[in-house]
Design a protein around this ligand. Structure first.
Ligand code: C2E
Ligand code: MG
Ligand code: MG
Length: 556
Protein backbone atom coordinates (compact mmCIF):
# COMPACT_ATOMS: atom_id res chain seq x y z
CA UNK A 1 0.00 0.00 0.00
CA UNK A 2 1.17 3.59 -0.61
CA UNK A 3 2.38 5.08 2.68
CA UNK A 4 0.50 7.69 4.72
CA UNK A 5 2.85 10.48 3.77
CA UNK A 6 2.05 9.89 0.08
CA UNK A 7 -1.66 9.84 0.81
CA UNK A 8 -1.45 13.23 2.49
CA UNK A 9 0.44 14.51 -0.55
CA UNK A 10 3.33 15.70 1.64
CA UNK A 11 6.80 16.21 0.32
CA UNK A 12 9.40 13.72 1.44
CA UNK A 13 11.23 14.61 4.63
CA UNK A 14 14.68 14.96 3.26
CA UNK A 15 17.64 15.83 5.36
CA UNK A 16 17.60 19.62 5.11
CA UNK A 17 18.62 21.49 8.26
CA UNK A 18 16.93 24.72 7.23
CA UNK A 19 13.53 23.01 7.41
CA UNK A 20 13.91 22.22 11.12
CA UNK A 21 13.27 25.78 12.44
CA UNK A 22 11.39 28.89 11.43
CA UNK A 23 14.47 31.12 11.22
CA UNK A 24 17.34 30.36 8.86
CA UNK A 25 20.13 29.23 11.23
CA UNK A 26 22.77 31.24 9.35
CA UNK A 27 20.78 34.45 9.84
CA UNK A 28 20.32 33.59 13.51
CA UNK A 29 24.07 33.07 13.93
CA UNK A 30 24.88 36.39 12.31
CA UNK A 31 22.46 38.28 14.55
CA UNK A 32 23.95 36.58 17.61
CA UNK A 33 27.46 37.49 16.42
CA UNK A 34 26.44 41.13 15.96
CA UNK A 35 24.99 41.29 19.49
CA UNK A 36 28.12 39.59 20.84
CA UNK A 37 30.49 42.05 19.19
CA UNK A 38 28.47 45.09 20.18
CA UNK A 39 28.57 43.75 23.74
CA UNK A 40 32.32 43.18 23.59
CA UNK A 41 32.80 46.68 22.13
CA UNK A 42 30.81 48.17 25.01
CA UNK A 43 32.85 46.23 27.56
CA UNK A 44 36.10 47.36 25.96
CA UNK A 45 35.05 50.96 25.90
CA UNK A 46 34.17 50.74 29.58
CA UNK A 47 37.40 48.88 30.35
CA UNK A 48 39.56 51.63 28.85
CA UNK A 49 37.44 54.37 30.43
CA UNK A 50 36.62 55.61 26.98
CA UNK A 51 33.58 57.41 28.21
CA UNK A 52 35.44 59.24 30.99
CA UNK A 53 38.30 60.20 28.63
CA UNK A 54 35.85 61.64 26.22
CA UNK A 55 34.11 63.40 29.08
CA UNK A 56 37.39 65.16 30.08
CA UNK A 57 38.21 65.95 26.48
CA UNK A 58 34.87 67.42 25.74
CA UNK A 59 34.16 69.01 29.15
CA UNK A 60 34.45 72.52 27.81
CA UNK A 61 31.52 71.80 25.47
CA UNK A 62 29.38 70.86 28.48
CA UNK A 63 27.06 68.95 26.18
CA UNK A 64 26.44 65.61 27.86
CA UNK A 65 23.89 64.51 25.22
CA UNK A 66 26.46 64.93 22.41
CA UNK A 67 29.01 63.00 24.47
CA UNK A 68 26.68 60.04 24.98
CA UNK A 69 25.89 59.97 21.27
CA UNK A 70 29.58 59.97 20.25
CA UNK A 71 30.51 57.19 22.67
CA UNK A 72 27.58 55.11 21.46
CA UNK A 73 28.70 55.55 17.82
CA UNK A 74 32.25 54.44 18.64
CA UNK A 75 30.92 51.33 20.42
CA UNK A 76 28.76 50.55 17.44
CA UNK A 77 31.69 50.99 15.02
CA UNK A 78 33.85 48.65 17.08
CA UNK A 79 31.07 46.06 17.15
CA UNK A 80 30.49 46.24 13.38
CA UNK A 81 34.23 45.97 12.70
CA UNK A 82 34.44 42.84 14.83
CA UNK A 83 31.39 41.40 13.08
CA UNK A 84 32.89 41.97 9.62
CA UNK A 85 36.18 40.34 10.64
CA UNK A 86 34.22 37.32 11.85
CA UNK A 87 32.25 37.02 8.62
CA UNK A 88 35.47 37.08 6.60
CA UNK A 89 36.92 34.40 8.81
CA UNK A 90 33.78 32.23 8.51
CA UNK A 91 33.74 32.59 4.73
CA UNK A 92 37.38 31.61 4.44
CA UNK A 93 37.01 28.57 6.70
CA UNK A 94 33.86 27.49 4.84
CA UNK A 95 35.70 27.54 1.54
CA UNK A 96 38.54 25.55 3.08
CA UNK A 97 36.27 22.93 4.61
CA UNK A 98 33.76 22.56 1.80
CA UNK A 99 35.67 19.71 0.11
CA UNK A 100 35.44 17.52 3.18
CA UNK A 101 31.89 18.50 4.16
CA UNK A 102 29.11 15.88 3.94
CA UNK A 103 27.12 16.22 0.74
CA UNK A 104 23.86 17.26 2.37
CA UNK A 105 25.52 20.23 4.10
CA UNK A 106 27.28 21.37 0.93
CA UNK A 107 24.03 21.12 -0.94
CA UNK A 108 22.25 23.23 1.66
CA UNK A 109 25.00 25.79 1.86
CA UNK A 110 25.38 26.23 -1.86
CA UNK A 111 21.72 25.73 -2.84
CA UNK A 112 22.67 22.76 -5.08
CA UNK A 113 19.56 20.75 -4.39
CA UNK A 114 16.96 19.91 -6.97
CA UNK A 115 13.92 22.15 -6.32
CA UNK A 116 11.34 19.47 -7.18
CA UNK A 117 12.54 16.56 -5.05
CA UNK A 118 14.91 18.52 -2.76
CA UNK A 119 17.53 15.85 -3.34
CA UNK A 120 21.07 16.88 -4.23
CA UNK A 121 21.00 17.87 -7.89
CA UNK A 122 23.05 16.95 -10.94
CA UNK A 123 25.82 19.47 -10.13
CA UNK A 124 26.80 17.34 -7.15
CA UNK A 125 27.32 13.89 -8.62
CA UNK A 126 30.92 14.24 -9.73
CA UNK A 127 32.29 15.83 -6.58
CA UNK A 128 30.50 13.25 -4.47
CA UNK A 129 31.69 10.32 -6.58
CA UNK A 130 35.27 11.63 -6.54
CA UNK A 131 35.16 11.73 -2.73
CA UNK A 132 33.88 8.18 -2.50
CA UNK A 133 36.33 6.90 -5.09
CA UNK A 134 39.35 8.31 -3.25
CA UNK A 135 38.01 6.91 0.01
CA UNK A 136 37.51 3.51 -1.66
CA UNK A 137 41.19 3.48 -2.69
CA UNK A 138 42.22 4.13 0.95
CA UNK A 139 39.79 1.55 2.30
CA UNK A 140 40.31 -0.98 -0.53
CA UNK A 141 36.58 -1.09 -1.20
CA UNK A 142 34.40 -0.56 -4.25
CA UNK A 143 31.80 2.05 -5.14
CA UNK A 144 28.64 1.23 -7.08
CA UNK A 145 27.29 3.86 -9.45
CA UNK A 146 23.61 3.13 -9.94
CA UNK A 147 21.63 4.93 -12.64
CA UNK A 148 17.83 4.83 -12.29
CA UNK A 149 15.18 5.84 -14.75
CA UNK A 150 11.40 5.84 -14.37
CA UNK A 151 9.66 3.65 -16.93
CA UNK A 152 7.19 5.48 -19.16
CA UNK A 153 7.25 8.61 -17.00
CA UNK A 154 6.47 10.77 -20.03
CA UNK A 155 3.01 9.24 -20.19
CA UNK A 156 2.28 10.49 -16.68
CA UNK A 157 3.18 14.03 -17.69
CA UNK A 158 1.13 13.71 -20.87
CA UNK A 159 -1.93 12.23 -19.22
CA UNK A 160 -2.03 13.98 -15.81
CA UNK A 161 0.00 17.14 -16.47
CA UNK A 162 3.35 18.34 -15.17
CA UNK A 163 2.22 19.14 -11.61
CA UNK A 164 1.20 15.54 -11.04
CA UNK A 165 4.44 14.47 -12.75
CA UNK A 166 6.44 16.60 -10.28
CA UNK A 167 4.47 15.27 -7.31
CA UNK A 168 5.12 11.73 -8.51
CA UNK A 169 8.84 12.46 -8.66
CA UNK A 170 8.67 13.60 -5.02
CA UNK A 171 6.87 10.43 -4.01
CA UNK A 172 9.45 8.39 -5.88
CA UNK A 173 12.31 10.34 -4.26
CA UNK A 174 10.74 9.62 -0.88
CA UNK A 175 10.52 5.89 -1.58
CA UNK A 176 14.09 5.71 -2.84
CA UNK A 177 15.33 7.71 0.15
CA UNK A 178 13.70 5.16 2.41
CA UNK A 179 15.76 2.37 0.82
CA UNK A 180 19.29 3.81 0.63
CA UNK A 181 21.64 3.84 3.63
CA UNK A 182 22.83 7.08 5.25
CA UNK A 183 26.24 6.70 3.69
CA UNK A 184 24.77 6.34 0.16
CA UNK A 185 24.02 9.41 -1.89
CA UNK A 186 20.82 9.72 -3.86
CA UNK A 187 20.74 12.49 -6.47
CA UNK A 188 18.27 13.63 -9.07
CA UNK A 189 20.11 13.92 -12.37
CA UNK A 190 17.29 15.47 -14.40
CA UNK A 191 13.81 14.70 -15.78
CA UNK A 192 13.05 11.18 -14.53
CA UNK A 193 16.65 10.14 -13.87
CA UNK A 194 18.17 9.48 -10.48
CA UNK A 195 21.64 8.37 -9.45
CA UNK A 196 22.81 6.50 -6.36
CA UNK A 197 26.42 6.41 -5.24
CA UNK A 198 26.84 3.40 -3.00
CA UNK A 199 30.25 3.23 -1.30
CA UNK A 200 31.91 0.65 0.94
CA UNK A 201 31.28 -2.52 -1.13
CA UNK A 202 33.53 -5.56 -1.26
CA UNK A 203 31.59 -7.37 -4.00
CA UNK A 204 28.63 -6.72 -6.25
CA UNK A 205 26.28 -8.39 -3.73
CA UNK A 206 25.61 -5.14 -1.89
CA UNK A 207 24.60 -3.46 -5.15
CA UNK A 208 22.36 -6.40 -6.11
CA UNK A 209 20.61 -6.26 -2.79
CA UNK A 210 20.11 -2.48 -3.06
CA UNK A 211 18.78 -2.85 -6.63
CA UNK A 212 16.28 -5.46 -5.45
CA UNK A 213 15.18 -3.25 -2.56
CA UNK A 214 14.75 -0.31 -4.94
CA UNK A 215 12.59 -2.34 -7.30
CA UNK A 216 10.55 -3.73 -4.39
CA UNK A 217 10.00 -0.18 -3.11
CA UNK A 218 8.35 0.80 -6.39
CA UNK A 219 6.04 -2.17 -6.78
CA UNK A 220 3.04 -0.49 -5.18
CA UNK A 221 1.35 2.28 -7.21
CA UNK A 222 2.36 5.83 -6.29
CA UNK A 223 -0.35 7.81 -4.51
CA UNK A 224 -0.33 11.31 -5.96
CA UNK A 225 -3.28 13.37 -4.76
CA UNK A 226 -6.32 11.34 -5.72
CA UNK A 227 -4.41 9.38 -8.40
CA UNK A 228 -2.89 5.95 -7.89
CA UNK A 229 -0.21 5.70 -10.54
CA UNK A 230 1.80 2.53 -11.15
CA UNK A 231 5.41 3.44 -11.81
CA UNK A 232 8.36 1.11 -12.15
CA UNK A 233 12.06 1.86 -12.47
CA UNK A 234 14.92 0.50 -14.55
CA UNK A 235 18.37 0.28 -13.02
CA UNK A 236 21.88 0.22 -14.53
CA UNK A 237 24.83 -0.56 -12.26
CA UNK A 238 28.59 -0.36 -12.56
CA UNK A 239 31.18 -1.03 -9.86
CA UNK A 240 34.40 0.93 -9.61
CA UNK A 241 37.45 -1.20 -10.22
CA UNK A 242 41.21 -0.72 -10.30
CA UNK A 243 41.02 -0.24 -14.09
CA UNK A 244 38.15 2.22 -13.94
CA UNK A 245 37.97 4.98 -11.38
CA UNK A 246 37.05 7.71 -13.81
CA UNK A 247 33.80 9.45 -12.85
CA UNK A 248 32.61 10.23 -16.37
CA UNK A 249 33.37 6.74 -17.58
CA UNK A 250 31.59 5.15 -14.62
CA UNK A 251 28.49 7.26 -15.22
CA UNK A 252 28.59 6.44 -18.92
CA UNK A 253 28.84 2.72 -18.14
CA UNK A 254 26.00 2.87 -15.61
CA UNK A 255 23.89 4.52 -18.33
CA UNK A 256 24.83 1.87 -20.88
CA UNK A 257 23.68 -0.79 -18.42
CA UNK A 258 20.53 1.26 -17.78
CA UNK A 259 19.74 1.26 -21.51
CA UNK A 260 19.96 -2.52 -21.41
CA UNK A 261 17.61 -2.67 -18.44
CA UNK A 262 15.16 -0.43 -20.30
CA UNK A 263 15.19 -2.70 -23.33
CA UNK A 264 14.46 -5.63 -21.01
CA UNK A 265 11.15 -3.96 -20.23
CA UNK A 266 11.22 -2.19 -16.86
CA UNK A 267 11.50 -3.19 -13.18
CA UNK A 268 14.83 -4.72 -14.10
CA UNK A 269 18.46 -4.11 -13.11
CA UNK A 270 21.49 -4.80 -15.27
CA UNK A 271 25.19 -4.69 -14.50
CA UNK A 272 27.56 -3.12 -16.99
CA UNK A 273 29.50 -5.65 -19.06
CA UNK A 274 32.49 -4.89 -21.26
CA UNK A 275 30.70 -6.33 -24.30
CA UNK A 276 28.12 -3.55 -23.97
CA UNK A 277 30.87 -1.05 -24.79
CA UNK A 278 31.54 -2.82 -28.06
CA UNK A 279 27.89 -2.66 -28.97
CA UNK A 280 27.80 1.02 -28.12
CA UNK A 281 30.84 1.64 -30.33
CA UNK A 282 29.18 -0.29 -33.13
CA UNK A 283 26.06 1.77 -32.70
CA UNK A 284 28.04 5.03 -32.76
CA UNK A 285 29.79 3.88 -35.92
CA UNK A 286 26.47 2.98 -37.51
CA UNK A 287 25.16 6.42 -36.64
CA UNK A 288 28.14 8.11 -38.33
CA UNK A 289 27.78 5.85 -41.35
CA UNK A 290 24.07 6.53 -41.58
CA UNK A 291 24.74 10.28 -41.56
CA UNK A 292 27.26 9.77 -44.36
CA UNK A 293 24.81 7.58 -46.29
CA UNK A 294 22.21 10.34 -46.12
CA UNK A 295 24.72 12.97 -47.28
CA UNK A 296 25.98 10.78 -50.12
CA UNK A 297 22.49 9.70 -51.14
CA UNK A 298 23.20 5.99 -50.54
CA UNK A 299 19.76 5.20 -49.21
CA UNK A 300 17.35 3.74 -51.73
CA UNK A 301 13.71 2.76 -51.95
CA UNK A 302 12.53 -0.68 -52.92
CA UNK A 303 8.93 -1.40 -53.75
CA UNK A 304 6.87 -4.42 -52.72
CA UNK A 305 3.76 -5.05 -54.86
CA UNK A 306 0.25 -5.31 -53.43
CA UNK A 307 -2.37 -7.38 -55.20
CA UNK A 308 -6.10 -7.66 -55.21
CA UNK A 309 -6.85 -11.10 -53.77
CA UNK A 310 -9.91 -11.80 -55.92
CA UNK A 311 -8.56 -11.01 -59.37
CA UNK A 312 -4.84 -10.64 -58.60
CA UNK A 313 -4.75 -7.15 -60.09
CA UNK A 314 -1.64 -5.13 -59.20
CA UNK A 315 -2.96 -2.37 -56.92
CA UNK A 316 0.24 -0.58 -56.05
CA UNK A 317 3.43 -0.83 -54.02
CA UNK A 318 4.73 -0.25 -50.53
CA UNK A 319 7.93 1.83 -50.40
CA UNK A 320 10.53 0.15 -48.19
CA UNK A 321 13.80 1.81 -47.31
CA UNK A 322 17.10 0.11 -48.11
CA UNK A 323 20.64 0.91 -46.96
CA UNK A 324 23.52 -0.70 -48.80
CA UNK A 325 26.40 -0.33 -46.34
CA UNK A 326 29.91 -0.34 -47.88
CA UNK A 327 31.28 -2.97 -45.44
CA UNK A 328 28.26 -4.50 -43.74
CA UNK A 329 26.28 -5.00 -46.93
CA UNK A 330 22.52 -4.69 -46.75
CA UNK A 331 21.32 -3.27 -43.42
CA UNK A 332 17.68 -4.00 -42.64
CA UNK A 333 15.37 -1.05 -41.98
CA UNK A 334 14.26 -2.93 -38.87
CA UNK A 335 17.82 -2.28 -37.58
CA UNK A 336 18.53 1.22 -38.78
CA UNK A 337 15.08 2.87 -38.54
CA UNK A 338 15.16 2.67 -34.69
CA UNK A 339 18.66 4.23 -34.81
CA UNK A 340 17.40 6.95 -37.13
CA UNK A 341 14.50 7.54 -34.72
CA UNK A 342 16.72 7.79 -31.65
CA UNK A 343 19.05 10.25 -33.36
CA UNK A 344 16.31 12.33 -34.98
CA UNK A 345 17.72 11.50 -38.44
CA UNK A 346 14.35 9.97 -39.29
CA UNK A 347 12.88 13.44 -39.86
CA UNK A 348 15.09 14.12 -42.89
CA UNK A 349 14.98 10.51 -44.07
CA UNK A 350 11.20 10.35 -43.76
CA UNK A 351 10.69 13.48 -45.87
CA UNK A 352 13.04 12.16 -48.51
CA UNK A 353 11.17 8.81 -48.60
CA UNK A 354 7.83 10.59 -49.02
CA UNK A 355 9.04 12.82 -51.83
CA UNK A 356 10.97 10.09 -53.68
CA UNK A 357 8.09 7.59 -53.43
CA UNK A 358 5.61 10.17 -54.76
CA UNK A 359 7.92 11.02 -57.69
CA UNK A 360 8.45 7.32 -58.52
CA UNK A 361 4.72 6.57 -58.31
CA UNK A 362 4.01 9.24 -60.92
CA UNK A 363 5.98 7.17 -63.45
CA UNK A 364 3.85 4.07 -62.94
CA UNK A 365 1.01 3.62 -65.33
CA UNK A 366 -2.57 3.98 -64.08
CA UNK A 367 -3.75 5.01 -60.67
CA UNK A 368 -1.66 2.55 -58.69
CA UNK A 369 -1.23 3.41 -55.05
CA UNK A 370 2.00 4.11 -53.25
CA UNK A 371 2.16 3.24 -49.54
CA UNK A 372 4.71 5.02 -47.35
CA UNK A 373 5.57 4.10 -43.75
CA UNK A 374 5.53 6.94 -41.22
CA UNK A 375 7.61 6.79 -38.07
CA UNK A 376 5.98 7.77 -34.75
CA UNK A 377 8.68 10.45 -34.49
CA UNK A 378 7.55 12.03 -37.76
CA UNK A 379 4.02 11.72 -36.52
CA UNK A 380 4.78 13.90 -33.48
CA UNK A 381 5.82 16.76 -35.75
CA UNK A 382 2.96 19.29 -35.88
CA UNK A 383 4.32 20.43 -39.26
CA UNK A 384 3.79 16.95 -40.78
CA UNK A 385 0.49 17.77 -42.58
CA UNK A 386 1.91 20.92 -44.15
CA UNK A 387 5.09 19.06 -45.17
CA UNK A 388 3.04 16.33 -46.85
CA UNK A 389 0.81 18.93 -48.51
CA UNK A 390 3.94 20.63 -49.90
CA UNK A 391 5.31 17.30 -51.22
CA UNK A 392 2.00 16.49 -52.91
CA UNK A 393 2.02 19.95 -54.49
CA UNK A 394 5.66 19.77 -55.61
CA UNK A 395 5.39 16.30 -57.12
CA UNK A 396 1.86 16.64 -58.51
CA UNK A 397 0.81 13.17 -57.26
CA UNK A 398 -2.98 12.96 -56.81
CA UNK A 399 -3.33 12.71 -52.99
CA UNK A 400 -5.72 9.74 -53.15
CA UNK A 401 -2.86 7.66 -54.60
CA UNK A 402 -0.77 8.17 -51.46
CA UNK A 403 -1.33 5.80 -48.54
CA UNK A 404 0.29 6.64 -45.20
CA UNK A 405 1.03 3.62 -43.01
CA UNK A 406 1.13 4.19 -39.27
CA UNK A 407 1.53 1.70 -36.45
CA UNK A 408 -0.37 1.49 -33.19
CA UNK A 409 2.71 2.81 -31.38
CA UNK A 410 1.75 6.23 -32.72
CA UNK A 411 -1.59 6.11 -30.95
CA UNK A 412 -0.45 4.65 -27.67
CA UNK A 413 1.72 7.59 -26.61
CA UNK A 414 -0.85 10.36 -26.84
CA UNK A 415 -4.02 9.15 -28.48
CA UNK A 416 -5.87 12.49 -28.57
CA UNK A 417 -3.09 14.42 -30.30
CA UNK A 418 -2.48 11.48 -32.65
CA UNK A 419 -6.15 11.27 -33.59
CA UNK A 420 -6.24 15.03 -34.26
CA UNK A 421 -3.18 14.59 -36.49
CA UNK A 422 -4.88 11.76 -38.38
CA UNK A 423 -7.90 13.98 -39.04
CA UNK A 424 -5.61 16.71 -40.40
CA UNK A 425 -3.80 14.24 -42.66
CA UNK A 426 -7.06 12.78 -43.90
CA UNK A 427 -8.19 16.27 -44.85
CA UNK A 428 -5.33 16.37 -47.38
CA UNK A 429 -7.15 13.68 -49.34
CA UNK A 430 -4.58 10.92 -48.66
CA UNK A 431 -5.50 7.43 -47.41
CA UNK A 432 -4.46 6.14 -44.03
CA UNK A 433 -3.63 2.53 -43.13
CA UNK A 434 -3.07 0.88 -39.78
CA UNK A 435 0.09 -1.18 -40.29
CA UNK A 436 1.08 -4.36 -38.40
CA UNK A 437 -2.44 -4.66 -37.03
CA UNK A 438 -2.80 -6.98 -34.06
CA UNK A 439 0.67 -6.47 -32.58
CA UNK A 440 -0.21 -3.41 -30.43
CA UNK A 441 -2.33 -3.03 -27.33
CA UNK A 442 -5.73 -1.46 -27.82
CA UNK A 443 -6.35 -1.92 -31.50
CA UNK A 444 -10.09 -2.06 -31.18
CA UNK A 445 -10.63 1.23 -29.39
CA UNK A 446 -8.51 3.08 -31.97
CA UNK A 447 -10.43 1.55 -34.84
CA UNK A 448 -13.60 2.88 -33.29
CA UNK A 449 -12.21 6.36 -32.83
CA UNK A 450 -10.65 6.84 -36.24
CA UNK A 451 -11.94 5.59 -39.60
CA UNK A 452 -8.79 4.07 -41.12
CA UNK A 453 -9.05 3.31 -44.81
CA UNK A 454 -7.19 0.06 -44.39
CA UNK A 455 -5.90 -2.37 -41.81
CA UNK A 456 -2.87 -4.46 -42.63
CA UNK A 457 -2.92 -7.77 -40.78
CA UNK A 458 0.54 -8.28 -39.32
CA UNK A 459 2.63 -10.91 -41.03
CA UNK A 460 3.18 -12.77 -37.74
CA UNK A 461 -0.44 -14.01 -38.10
CA UNK A 462 -0.15 -14.72 -41.81
CA UNK A 463 3.25 -16.24 -42.51
CA UNK A 464 2.68 -19.17 -40.10
CA UNK A 465 -0.95 -19.51 -41.06
CA UNK A 466 -2.15 -23.09 -41.45
CA UNK A 467 -5.81 -23.92 -41.97
CA UNK A 468 -7.49 -24.74 -38.66
CA UNK A 469 -4.77 -23.03 -36.58
CA UNK A 470 -5.22 -20.24 -34.03
CA UNK A 471 -3.67 -17.82 -36.51
CA UNK A 472 -6.34 -18.75 -39.06
CA UNK A 473 -9.04 -17.94 -36.48
CA UNK A 474 -7.39 -14.59 -35.65
CA UNK A 475 -7.10 -13.65 -39.32
CA UNK A 476 -10.76 -14.52 -39.86
CA UNK A 477 -11.77 -12.37 -36.86
CA UNK A 478 -9.69 -9.39 -38.04
CA UNK A 479 -11.19 -9.62 -41.51
CA UNK A 480 -14.71 -9.63 -40.06
CA UNK A 481 -13.88 -6.69 -37.81
CA UNK A 482 -12.27 -4.63 -40.59
CA UNK A 483 -15.14 -5.26 -42.98
CA UNK A 484 -17.80 -4.46 -40.40
CA UNK A 485 -16.11 -1.07 -39.87
CA UNK A 486 -15.97 -0.49 -43.63
CA UNK A 487 -12.19 -0.85 -43.92
CA UNK A 488 -10.15 -2.64 -46.55
CA UNK A 489 -8.12 -5.55 -45.17
CA UNK A 490 -4.66 -6.36 -46.44
CA UNK A 491 -2.71 -9.45 -45.43
CA UNK A 492 1.05 -8.96 -45.10
CA UNK A 493 3.65 -11.72 -45.33
CA UNK A 494 1.86 -14.16 -47.62
CA UNK A 495 4.47 -16.81 -48.32
CA UNK A 496 2.57 -19.86 -49.55
CA UNK A 497 -0.18 -20.67 -52.02
CA UNK A 498 -2.19 -22.28 -49.18
CA UNK A 499 -2.13 -19.04 -47.23
CA UNK A 500 -3.18 -17.11 -50.30
CA UNK A 501 -6.05 -19.52 -50.98
CA UNK A 502 -7.24 -19.29 -47.37
CA UNK A 503 -7.23 -15.48 -47.56
CA UNK A 504 -9.21 -15.65 -50.79
CA UNK A 505 -11.71 -17.98 -49.16
CA UNK A 506 -12.13 -15.69 -46.14
CA UNK A 507 -12.71 -12.62 -48.32
CA UNK A 508 -9.46 -10.78 -47.67
CA UNK A 509 -9.22 -7.80 -50.04
CA UNK A 510 -5.51 -7.37 -50.68
CA UNK A 511 -2.33 -9.36 -50.20
CA UNK A 512 1.38 -8.68 -50.05
CA UNK A 513 4.19 -11.15 -49.45
CA UNK A 514 7.13 -13.05 -50.80
CA UNK A 515 4.76 -15.41 -52.64
CA UNK A 516 3.52 -12.48 -54.71
CA UNK A 517 6.66 -10.39 -54.95
CA UNK A 518 9.58 -9.35 -52.80
CA UNK A 519 10.51 -5.70 -52.36
CA UNK A 520 12.31 -4.73 -55.61
CA UNK A 521 14.18 -1.76 -57.07
CA UNK A 522 12.17 0.92 -58.83
CA UNK A 523 13.04 -0.28 -62.36
CA UNK A 524 11.63 -3.75 -61.62
CA UNK A 525 8.47 -2.25 -60.17
CA UNK A 526 8.14 -0.20 -63.33
CA UNK A 527 8.51 -3.36 -65.42
CA UNK A 528 5.88 -5.16 -63.34
CA UNK A 529 3.46 -2.28 -63.95
CA UNK A 530 3.76 -2.85 -67.68
CA UNK A 531 2.47 -6.44 -67.50
CA UNK A 532 -1.18 -6.34 -68.62
CA UNK A 533 -3.60 -7.07 -65.76
CA UNK A 534 -5.05 -10.16 -67.41
CA UNK A 535 -1.63 -11.79 -67.59
CA UNK A 536 -0.56 -11.06 -64.02
CA UNK A 537 -2.13 -14.20 -62.66
CA UNK A 538 0.14 -16.22 -64.91
CA UNK A 539 3.13 -14.02 -64.24
CA UNK A 540 3.07 -13.25 -60.54
CA UNK A 541 3.25 -16.67 -58.88
CA UNK A 542 5.94 -18.07 -61.15
CA UNK A 543 7.81 -14.77 -60.77
CA UNK A 544 7.67 -14.86 -57.00
CA UNK A 545 8.69 -18.49 -56.88
CA UNK A 546 11.70 -17.76 -59.06
CA UNK A 547 12.66 -14.61 -57.10
CA UNK A 548 10.87 -11.84 -58.82
CA UNK A 549 13.67 -9.28 -59.26
CA UNK A 550 15.88 -11.68 -61.27
CA UNK A 551 13.10 -12.70 -63.63
CA UNK A 552 11.71 -9.18 -63.86
CA UNK A 553 15.17 -7.93 -64.81
CA UNK A 554 15.08 -10.29 -67.74
CA UNK A 555 11.83 -8.73 -68.82
CA UNK A 556 12.68 -5.08 -68.08
P1 C2E B 1 6.43 -3.06 -42.68
O1 C2E B 1 5.96 -1.69 -42.98
O2 C2E B 1 5.47 -3.96 -41.99
O3 C2E B 1 6.91 -3.69 -44.04
C1 C2E B 1 6.75 -5.02 -44.37
C2 C2E B 1 7.99 -5.78 -44.05
O4 C2E B 1 7.73 -7.15 -44.19
C3 C2E B 1 9.14 -5.47 -45.00
O5 C2E B 1 10.34 -5.64 -44.29
C4 C2E B 1 8.99 -6.58 -46.02
O6 C2E B 1 10.19 -6.86 -46.71
C5 C2E B 1 8.62 -7.72 -45.12
N1 C2E B 1 7.87 -8.74 -45.86
C6 C2E B 1 6.99 -8.57 -46.83
N2 C2E B 1 6.49 -9.75 -47.23
C7 C2E B 1 7.09 -10.69 -46.48
C8 C2E B 1 6.98 -12.13 -46.42
O7 C2E B 1 6.25 -12.75 -47.15
N3 C2E B 1 7.74 -12.74 -45.47
C9 C2E B 1 8.57 -12.07 -44.67
N4 C2E B 1 9.27 -12.75 -43.78
N5 C2E B 1 8.69 -10.73 -44.70
C10 C2E B 1 7.95 -10.05 -45.61
P2 C2E B 1 11.49 -4.59 -44.36
O8 C2E B 1 11.59 -4.01 -45.72
O9 C2E B 1 12.68 -5.21 -43.74
O10 C2E B 1 10.93 -3.44 -43.42
C11 C2E B 1 10.79 -3.66 -42.08
C12 C2E B 1 10.06 -2.53 -41.44
O11 C2E B 1 10.87 -1.35 -41.48
C13 C2E B 1 8.78 -2.14 -42.16
O12 C2E B 1 7.75 -3.02 -41.77
C14 C2E B 1 8.58 -0.75 -41.64
O13 C2E B 1 8.01 -0.78 -40.36
C15 C2E B 1 10.01 -0.26 -41.51
N6 C2E B 1 10.30 0.58 -42.67
C16 C2E B 1 10.70 0.23 -43.90
N7 C2E B 1 10.82 1.31 -44.68
C17 C2E B 1 10.49 2.38 -43.91
C18 C2E B 1 10.43 3.80 -44.15
O14 C2E B 1 10.65 4.32 -45.24
N8 C2E B 1 10.05 4.58 -43.09
C19 C2E B 1 9.75 4.05 -41.88
N9 C2E B 1 9.40 4.89 -40.89
N10 C2E B 1 9.79 2.74 -41.64
C20 C2E B 1 10.15 1.92 -42.64
MG1 MG C 1 4.33 -0.95 -43.75
MG1 MG D 1 3.65 -4.14 -41.72
Amino acid sequence: MPNRQEQQGRQPELRRRSESGLVDPRLRNDVLALILFVGIGTMLSVRFSLVSHLQILLEQHESIAWLEGASFLIVLLLGTLGFLIRRLYVLQSRMASVASQPVVEIVEDAGLHDPVTELPGRQMWKRRLEQELSRSVRERSQVAVIALDLDRFKQVNDVFGQDVGDALLRVMANRLTGVVRDMDTLLRMGADEFLIIQPGLDSHDGAVSLAKRLIAATVEPMQVGEHQIPMSISIGIVLSSSDCRDCEKLLQRANIALDRAKVAGGSVYRFYEAEMDLQLQLRQRMEQDLRKAIDKGSLALHYQPLFNVTDQRLLGFEALLRWQHAELGFVSPADFIPLAEETGLIMGIGEWVLEQACRDALLWAGDRKIAVNLSPIQFRDPELPSKIAAIIKRTGLPPERLELEITEGVLIEDADTALAMLVELKALGVRISMDDFGTGYSSLSYLKRFPFDKIKIDRSFVSQLVIGSEDAAIVRAILALGHSLGMIATAEGVESAEQFDYLQLEGCDEAQGFLLGRPMPFEYALALCKVPDGQLENVVRPLAAAHLPRVAAGRG
